[in-house]
Ligand binder design. Sequence first.
Ligand code: HEM
Ligand SMILES: *[C@@H]1O[C@H](CO)[C@@H](O)[C@H](O)[C@H]1NC(C)=O
Ligand SMILES: *[C@@H]1O[C@H](CO)[C@@H](O)[C@H](O)[C@H]1NC(C)=O
Ligand SMILES: *[C@@H]1O[C@H](CO)[C@@H](O)[C@H](O)[C@H]1NC(C)=O
Length: 341
Amino acid sequence: MSSTVHLMSLFLLLFSTLMVSLAHPSSDFGFGWGGGSYNSLSPNFYDFSCPQANGIVHFVLVKAIVKDPRMAASLLRLHFHDCFVQGCDASVLLDDSATIVSEKGATPNVNSLRGFEVIDEIKAMLEEACPGVVSCADILALAARSATFLSGGPLWELPLGRRDSKTANLKLANDSIPSPFFNIQTLVAFFKKQGLDETDLVALSGGHTIGMARCSTVKKRLYSQKGNPPDVFLEKAYLNELRSVCPLSGGDNNTSPLDYATPRAFDNSYFKLILGGRGLLGSDQALWSGNESRVMSLVQAYAEDRALFFSQFAKSMVKMGSMKPLLGSNGEIRKNCRRVN
Ligand code: HEM
Ligand SMILES: *[C@@H]1O[C@H](CO)[C@@H](O)[C@H](O)[C@H]1NC(C)=O
Ligand SMILES: *[C@@H]1O[C@H](CO)[C@@H](O)[C@H](O)[C@H]1NC(C)=O
Ligand SMILES: *[C@@H]1O[C@H](CO)[C@@H](O)[C@H](O)[C@H]1NC(C)=O
């Protein structure tokens, strides 16, 4: 434990140094004052209005991950489930109310999404430091970046200035977030609908290098269904291992790592596992076993070259994180991420 904490503080130190240099790029990005009207995202958005924003997000995350190592994965996923439903607007964070039907009840989210309390804690600290300035949507993007980096993954320059929605859309969450039972063609189609291509699909699926899935998600692959054998693409020893965690009856809330080789490390072992039939979800294995040659060659390339995966993951995260942001005077800056102002 204490060595973990040490490692974390080292990361934090390194991170702050990097952040200072990232905050002052030599590029010609516009300077954002925050809160004003602004028609595009910018890495400098909070430089004057809330320079502590990234530091506060990172500080709360370090604490949260020391307490619960899985939290890094849970926060990375939260940003993804936000962005795929009416853009990256923190719609996923809204609770049920008189005017809101929460996305938290959607099939891909219910009993599965985690990390809402950590976002609340970050938001509370930011409201103390810079009231009414930092959006919940930007908190999700910053948290996903810190979570990746703290797990050993890449760091990237992050465009900011998203505003928060006044609406949520449970049906759209049901219909837009891909299912783990999809084949490769449907996965590609769902990403295309969001403006993301095969390269983004494969790189972003690499987010499954950390985190867990429930047996209820996995079980269909493990046992015969209506006379069909277990998933033929599952490697036999891994299949038996999974059956011991996920018995035929019961244990639906038991969990298994998405990358059982290095469950907490953000690395490229997810892709190596897929090459050997050890992808946990059907949608993971489909990247290799689905026989889409373009997708397969990307899986192979990332399995062989960690640096290549890291740089594409960073690019695809920026692309996903920039989907349909609310800008200017659209939306609002929520005071509490769980409800509209
Ligand atoms: C390609 C389509 C995707 C599908 C079908 C999919 C599906 C899933 C499923 C079913 C789970 C487990 C949920 C549970 O059993 O409770 C999961 C977990 C996770 N997903 Fe995905 N996902 C996809 C893409 C992504 C992307 C793009 C990211 C982020 C870049 C991501 C990050 C994660 C993480 C980190 C976890 C673990 C969360 C935790 O441990 O709390 N996934 N995903
Ligand atoms: C699994 O956990 C959820 C809460 O996260 C609970 O509602 C459900 O009853 C649990 N299912 C089983 C089979 O224990
Ligand atoms: C969401 O999906 C679940 C099951 O797939 C279904 O029971 C529910 O009615 C759906 N809700 C909406 C609004 O589509
Ligand atoms: C992919 O091709 C292999 C070898 O021809 C075949 O065994 C497998 O069933 C194919 N996969 C799918 C999803 O059709």
